[in-house]
Design a protein around this ligand. Sequence first.
Ligand SMILES: Nc1ncnc2c1ncn2[C@@H]1O[C@H](COP(=O)(O)OP(=O)(O)OP(=O)(O)O)[C@@H](O)[C@H]1O
Ligand SMILES: [Mg+2]
Length: 397
Amino acid sequence: MADDARLLEELRFKSSLLDALNEASINGVLVVDAGGRILSVNKRFIEMWGLAPEALASGCDETALEAVLGKIVDAKGFLERVRHLYGHPDETSSDEILLRDGRVFWRWSAPVLGKDGRRYGRVWHFRDNTELVRAETMRAELKQKRELSALKDQFVGTVSHELRTPLAIVMTAVDSLRKGLAGPLGPRQQEVADVCHRNLQRLNKMINNLLDISRLESGAAKARLERVDLETLARDVEANFRMMGRGRDVALRVEIRGPLPAVRADPELIAQVFDILLDNAERYATRGIVLRLGAESGRAGGHEAAGVRAAVCDDGPGVPPDRVGLLFNKFTQVARAVGGGGYKGTGLGLAICKEILGLHGSTIGVETLPDGGACFSFSFPPGSRARRPSAPEDARG
Ligand SMILES: Nc1ncnc2c1ncn2[C@@H]1O[C@H](COP(=O)(O)OP(=O)(O)OP(=O)(O)O)[C@@H](O)[C@H]1O
Ligand SMILES: [Mg+2]
């Protein structure tokens, strides 16, 4: 009698353990005997399939099957698989089921075999893989988008490169015409030649911008770092700006808050950044632009050291705060020049600045000054200070 009681107790314990394990599973679990009767079903299974109590009340698998079929996209395929497995009791199977409400279930089924070789029936596991499948789909789409974008960039780079040679030839030819080298021009012809010249300049700038951004983004463009005296560089940029004056009465002032330490930079690329910022500022300024360079203290290698902060500020309308984050993206033009008939640039200038400064370990930012006007600025941190006066370093190496 005592043995019987112990056995009964052990049986109870094992049965409760089995139930607890079933309930703890993240899968919906259904166990059916060889005759199609439901032996066990957990709460997760009922939740996943949204089953009403009557669907399981009879304890018959067929009733449960009927209740779920309406929720499945390929109900026929689902049923065929079930029938096939009931006809082949030793088979194990796994597949994915798409539900009408968009969910995706993973289904796994295997025979339940005792250690003594006895067949108890079949177990069905269902797992809700909807989020997983969604994440995988998004990852695949993102990868495809990246590949397409790289292909597009490569195409734009190649086309821009190929356009440069014929464009240079046409520009030289039109220039010769304008200067009367191919014979004297009447006022009307002169006017037409001048229009051609202006538009070719614009086209040239656009193509150069496209080529620059494509080379910078692909990593083909590298910075040749060398010791640079930014004050001298700023004076050259200023002289260039005056020479290229576009007829607007906008004054440029270079302000040096020195003495400035030399920095390690690529002078051509940094001059290009200033040119782009001045080109923009000149379009928006009312009366004046300031190119400011100032020493900036910080720490490098555990020591106090000096870096340089550079800024190009104008007295134009400034940049709306909610657009600041967008400005440095490619092809972004936030606003047309005030009163202008619509400036048709590429929207690449600031993206080029961002890439160039990235090559120098620096970032560019913009703020709108209290009395209006945009101020674009970036730093050469103390660590970028040139150490050896006459040893240019080529980052290309
Ligand atoms: N100084 C500024 N003041 C106000 N807005 C500016 C200023 N500089 C740039 N922006 C805004 O940022 C946009 C992007 O400038 P970006 O230099 O990238 O392109 P773009 O000047 O329009 O074209 P591109 O450089 O090809 O001539 C400009 O179209 C303008 O809306
Ligand atoms: Mg620009």
